[in-house]
Design a protein around this ligand. Sequence first.
Ligand code: FO1
Length: 313
Amino acid sequence: MIVVLAGGVGAARFLQGLVQIVPQEQITVIVNTGDDRDFYGLHVSPDSDIVMYTLAGLVDEKQGWGIRDDTYNTMQQLVKYGNEDWFMLGDRDLATHIHRTRLLREGKTLSEVTESLRERLGLQLRILPMSDQPVSTHIQTSVGLLHFQEYMVQRRCADEVQDVLFAGSSAAKPAPEVLETIRQASAVLIAPSNPIVSIGSILSVPGIHDMLHEAHGMVVAVSPIVGGAPIKGPADKLMSGLGMEVSALGVARCYRDFLDVMVIDEQDAHLTGAIEDLGIPTVVTNTIMRDGPTKAALAREVLRAAGLNDLLQ
Ligand code: FO1
């Protein structure tokens, strides 16, 4: 079983490469739920939806989230009733949130809901939320404490980042099978996701960080920072707000105490020495995922770095 720790769009694109190389049945994704938020009384879980829609071929590839060619009639009517519309929920996307919220109200866990959704979407890989308890990523800024979606989407990352908090994490438990799946995995891959609010939130759930030390397989991370900047999203603002270097080296420092191999882009080859000085062997390759073949090639390199050559068809 290959385990992938995943956040949003970068992780979904990495998974599009991995499923070309490895049968979906051999993949379990542990997905960040710190971005989850209630909108209009509905439980929206962006990172699991992005992974599911992308692998089901439904995602709006341009945006990286939401459903391709979705309509927004419900949102328009909600605005007429005086609701906010800074977070765009398409009509078909809303079906996911309505279904999820209904099942949760009936007493199902987030794990059970996610399992039901991925089966209905025809996916064979497992998708486990990092926790069935609420963990909510908040950004401490100069204008106060903001939910991550308010910081990123509503206020467009304009506020100075002073701290990042994972509200509820200390009371949260890893979702069922998360710890055992990490322990038994033939490899644990950390997708090119935001190291602070996507991977960091997964690591904030008690037990997960420690289990990465005990994992039988190798732990391999792909840097989401290339040439000193993220491909997408606010990782640079969050890392610099926390006083970290915005580079593949800065990312390696985030993961250093459990990481076996760091995979960085060719543009960052000059950082190899500094990362290896942390005691982390480094693989340099193309990590810019432009199309199917480059996604598959990256997945191959990562599996090779994890010592799984036998899986390389
Ligand atoms: N991101 C935006 O920048 N604007 C949006 O209106 C927006 C809506 C949205 C709806 C559903 C969904 O699953 C994701 C959505 N996102 C939107 C992306 C989301 O804020 C981030 O991609 C994740 O939370 C970070 O990984």
